[in-house]
Design a protein around this ligand. Structure first.
Ligand SMILES: [Cu+2]
Length: 123
């Protein structure tokens, strides 16, 4: 019988890799995958906190709204990257980040102020 790979199992494996020591390498090329979405209504994301491991991070943004959105990552006021702006659909972005706490937000004017923002914790 093949075991289904659940997100919880993946998280356990990732945690075990971290527990082995800071220098423990994860499988080559493996990126932390961070998923975030915007609901059909309202100016908001489905979460306020995203978590990833240091190194390469893949951001998968699903916009379920017809309103244009994006997901951008910043450190303080320095924008580091993020997805393109799109209406309903899916956008992917890659970033390489060190340990720390970053901000994510939607850069469409007015959206961050309306609440489209949160923290990305890299640890
Ligand atoms: Cu937006």
């Amino acid at each position: 019988m093949k075991l289904p790979v659940t997100p919880a199992l993946v998280a356990c494996v990732a945690a075990a890799a971290v527990a082995a020591g800071p220098a423990a390498a994860r499988p080559s090329g493996a990126a932390s995958v961070v998923k975030v979405s915007a609901p059909p209504l309202g100016l908001k994301f489905d979460t306020k906190v995203l978590r990833a491991h240091p190194g390469k991070i893949k951001i998968v943004f699903t916009n379920r709204s017809t309103i244009q959105h994006n997901v951008r990552i910043e450190s303080g006021e320095n924008e580091l990257g993020g997805t393109k702006t799109l209406g309903k659909g899916l956008a992917v972005a890659f970033l390489t980040l060190k340990k720390g706490t970053y901000n994510f937000y939607c850069s469409v004017p007015g959206h961050e102020a309306a609440g489209m923002k949160g923290k990305l914790v890299v640890s």
